[in-house]
Design a protein around this ligand. Structure first.
Ligand SMILES: Nc1ncnc2c1ncn2[C@@H]1O[C@H](COP(=O)(O)OP(=O)(O)OP(=O)(O)O)[C@@H](O)[C@H]1O
Length: 317
């Protein structure tokens, strides 16, 4: 009954035919410590009251009791539940609002938040390494929003999605007539990120030619638009990310060593979720809430499923 209905509060007698109230209390405690149990006892000995309180009862009611006493005890227990729920909601809000909705309370995530706080303040370029989906862009956004540049632009560039010439024009911009189809002048993303942060995602996929051009911008803090003659000054902080093995690429000669050292002033290694299972319940809650908002309907996980998830052995290896 308890598992099926998830009661807010349980009142149990102590002397009952098949199972005594203290056993019920212990079982409830094992199932969910937060359900308050009020033990009703007709044998109001101090010992049974102490046993019940030791076993985790919220309170006890010695028989006979008046309706007012009964109501007061129940109301107090309910107030306590409300407080606990408010606390829990606040706690999870705090965890979830941590750095740009980056969810996670596992040791690697805590370490990441600490590093983000330290590194964000500096002007140094950062290289974020991690498998696909480990939150590299999220981390880059957190670095930016915790930095002194937070009120300035954050511009993300996906280095893998475009053919070389288009990417070059996206990065550096072009003047009218620079190539067929360049009907008007257009500033590049690096120019748009001026005074802010530029996030170069999948930097390992940048061609050797564009690596050389990017290096020049990083060294000289100046560049020309495609087809342009005048030099444009930029002040950008660069955060780059990749899931590729850049060190291996250095050896193969497919990634420039000088660019690597420019970008890699500080390295952040992101831990994949399979090495931090403990974050799964929080992420499940977060995505349910996110999808509920975007789908316009309430999606949730039943308390029973959440319980199973939280107690699943591989979550606490
Ligand atoms: N710790 C986390 N908390 C909340 N959401 C996360 C977390 N990690 C990743 N995500 C979500 O997972 C998705 C992928 O994250 P993100 O784009 O930052 O990863 P990535 O490492 O840059 O991926 P890719 O290599 O594919 O570009 C995003 O929707 C992001 O919001």
């Amino acid at each position: 009954m308890i598992k099926k209905h998830g009661p807010d509060l349980i009142l149990t007698d102590i002397k009952m035919p098949k199972k005594d109230g203290l056993t019920v209390l212990r079982e409830v405690q094992e199932f969910d410590k937060d359900i308050p149990v009020i033990v009703i006892t007709g044998f109001a000995t101090i010992e049974s009251a102490i046993d019940a309180m030791k076993a985790g009862a919220y309170n006890y009611l010695p028989k006979p009791f008046t309706l007012d006493q009964f109501r007061l005890t129940v109301e107090r227990a309910i107030d306590q539940i409300k407080l606990k729920e408010e606390n829990r909601a606040l706690k999870s809000q705090m965890q979830e609002s941590n750095s740009h909705n980056t969810i996670g309370v596992s040791a690697p995530m805590k370490e990441l938040y600490e590093t983000i706080c330290k590194v964000a303040k500096s002007e140094a370029n950062v290289l974020i390494l991690g498998e696909s989906g480990t939150g590299k862009e999220l981390t880059a956004r957190s670095l930016h929003s915790n930095s002194p540049r937070s009120c300035r632009p954050f511009v993300a560039v996906d280095c893998v999605s475009l053919p070389d010439q288009l990417l070059e024009s996206e990065l550096f911009g072009h003047e009218k007539g620079a190539f067929t189809g360049a009907y008007a002048s257009k500033p590049g993303l690096i120019e748009l990120a001026n005074t802010g942060t530029v996030f170069l995602d999948e930097i390992g996929d940048l061609s050797i030619g564009l690596q050389a051009k990017l290096l020049r911008v990083l060294q000289e803090r100046q560049f020309r638009r495609l087809g342009g003659t005048s030099l444009i000054n930029v002040d950008v902080r660069v955060i780059a990310a990749t899931n590729r093995d850049l060190k291996g690429m250095l050896k193969e000669g497919t990634f420039r060593e000088d660019l690597y050292y420019r970008l890699n002033v500080i390295t952040l290694n992101l831990t994949p979720l399979r090495e931090r299972f403990g974050d799964i319940p929080l992420l499940v809650r977060h995505f349910c809430r996110q999808f509920s908002i975007s789908q316009g309907k309430v999606l949730g996980i039943s308390p029973e499923a959440m319980q199973v998830l939280e107690n699943y052995p591989w979550l606490n290896p």
